[in-house]
Design a protein around this ligand. Structure first.
Ligand code: NAD
Length: 488
């Protein structure tokens, strides 16, 4: 199959004619040829989007009118549920059962922002007897959206829906390791009646197509999800044009288990939190901190359950853990397994390719116990099915350990003592904390992290703020005194 760029309502090859190849994670065989965009393709896509912004109907439509198109996009996504799930499964190695959830969530993203844009008000500030100051939010301009390969379609729609709802034409640059599901977006947008030039797609390598989008002067906002290191590079480049940035970056999120918790539920949540989505999840509970009184038994049960997680073909509905995205990433994760062993952590279970799966990027669910904060596997984001477990004795120690990395995306607390849970929630450096719960999203709440996990928030009105500029109009309602210069 050949994938092309999409701009101004048309599918086009790269100006240079260059392509790259995508691999299927379950076999590592090449199965897609993809247009490799560079600055010339980005310039053409931005020019189409810019024209849609300055002359087209989209930014000028009412919220209701745009919402109707967004709802039609959601319906068009749902009508391709099977195709999207199989594409996502094949392209990313996600188990098919989990890939299905992604397309449902993608449709929900569009419905959610359709509802939001029709209900969001704007602000008025009254100064009694003298002024009425009102604030309108205007679409900021062409939005540059750069997305990663984990749950690609869901994350693309998480940015597309609010940007379009806000009235911004977009240029999307999907991750080069997972370009397939994005190739359905042009037909979805056309079927829903989105005007040409509003949605534009440029495939390509991050350092070329992505970097060109960040550097383009006519793109005033970049919404980026990806690695912290890439985020830094993007911020430096974006500084040249003082762009608005929203950065959703990496994580190394703690899941803290106290001995008074519902330990069965805590165990279920710990396992699901780190092994779902192949462990390639920014909010993965990749560090499990367990109170010493229950540590040994909790680690034993965690290892026993992890050993039974079904690793297998992503297309098999029985599979719980599929294939990691790419051989380079697979090698990186395996390197971390080696590093963990060398650093002296106890490999409780996993760490190898299952004997029954000689090809593709398959790794057993892996549990390291007795991990200490000085170890790299405690500090660095592995982004695979590898969990690090560490003991603690007191609440103070739990907070110290939870905060002992440069990341601060999510945290999960398991305890029967709600006062302690709230104390901990305040003390933990994370953008999002779940108490006695797995990671259930509420799309209205601010999503994002602190420290090296990001900058800015998306979700609900926070997303709309990313893609709009507030515009204040001050109106005198009476004769305000004006200091009079130049009279003598
Ligand atoms: P990545 O940073 O390698 O790539 C992300 C995107 O950026 C890709 O489209 C890539 O092509 C592009 N890119 C790469 N270099 C670029 C450059 N110089 N200029 C512009 N664009 C560039 O990340 P990844 O490996 O695709 O994704 C995994 C990472 O994403 C993990 O760190 C994970 O934690 C993070 N993530 C964060 C969240 C969140 O919401 N915080 C969600 C999902 C994933």
């Amino acid at each position: 199959m050949n994938l092309e760029h999409y701009m101004d309502g048309a599918h086009v090859p790269s100006v240079s004619g260059e392509t790259f190849t995508a691999l299927a994670p379950a076999t590592n065989e090449p199965y897609l040829t993809v247009a490799a965009g560079d600055a010339a393709d980005v310039a053409a896509a931005v020019s189409a989007a810019r024209k849609a912004f300055t002359d087209g109907p989209w930014p000028r439509m009412t919220g209701e009118e745009r919402a109707a198109v967004l709802r039609a996009i959601a319906a068009a996504i749902e009508s391709r549920d099977d195709l999207l799930a199989t594409h996502e499964c094949r392209d990313t190695g996600l188990p098919i059962t989990q890939a299905r959830g992604q397309s449902r969530r993608a449709a929900h993203n569009f419905r959610f922002f359709a509802d939001l844009i029709t209900t969001l008000g704007e602000d008025v500030y009254r100064v009694a007897g003298s002024q009425l100051n009102y604030v309108v939010r205007k679409p900021i301009g062409v939005a540059g959206l750069i997305t990663p390969w984990n749950t690609p379609f869901m994350l693309e729609t998480w940015k597309l829906a609010p940007a379009l709802a806000a009235g911004c034409p977009v240029v999307l640059k999907p991750a080069e390791w997972s370009p397939l599901s994005a190739s359905l977006l042009p037909e979805i947008m056309e079927e829903a009646g989105l005007p040409p030039g509003v949605f534009n797609l440029v495939h390509g390598i991050g350092e070329e197509a992505g970097a060109a989008l960040v550097a383009h002067p006519d793109v005033p906002v970049i919404s980026f999800t990806g690695e912290t290191g890439t985020g830094r590079i993007i911020m430096r480049s974006a500084a040249d044009h003082l762009k608005t940035l929203s950065m959703e970056l990496g994580g190394k999120s703690p899941l803290v288990v106290f001995d008074d918790a519902d330990l069965d539920r805590a165990l279920d949540a710990a396992i699901f939190g780190v092994f779902s989505l192949n462990g390639e999840r920014c909010t993965a509970s990749s560090r499990v901190l367990v109170q010493d009184t229950v540590y040994d038994s909790f680690v034993a049960r965690l290892a026993q359950r992890a050993a039974r997680i079904r690793v297998g073909s992503p297309e098999d509905p029985a599979t719980e853990l599929g294939a990691l995205i790419h051989p380079d990433h697979y090698d990186r994760v395996l390197d971390y397994v080696r590093v963990g062993v060398e650093e002296g952590a106890r490999l409780a279970v996993g760490g190898s390719r299952p004997a029954s799966l000689p090809h593709g990027n398959f790794l057993e669910a892996t549990v390291f116990a007795d991990v200490t904060p000085g170890m790299r596997i405690f500090q660095e984001e592995i982004f695979g099915p590898v969990v690090c477990v560490s003991p603690f004795s007191t609440e103070t120690e739990a907070v110290e350990l939870a905060n002992a990395t440069r990341y601060g995306l999510a945290a999960y607390l398991w305890t029967g003592d709600l006062r302690r849970a709230h104390r901990m929630a305040q003390a933990i450096e994370a953008g999002m904390v779940w108490i006695n719960s797995q990671n259930v999203r509420d799309l209205r709440t601010p999503f994002g992290g602190v420290k090296a996990s990001g900058l800015g928030r998306e979700g609900g009105r926070h997303s709309i703020e990313v893609f709009t500029e507030p515009h204040v109009v001050h109106v005198a309602t009476d004769d305000l005194p004006i200091p009079r210069f130049g009279l003598v």
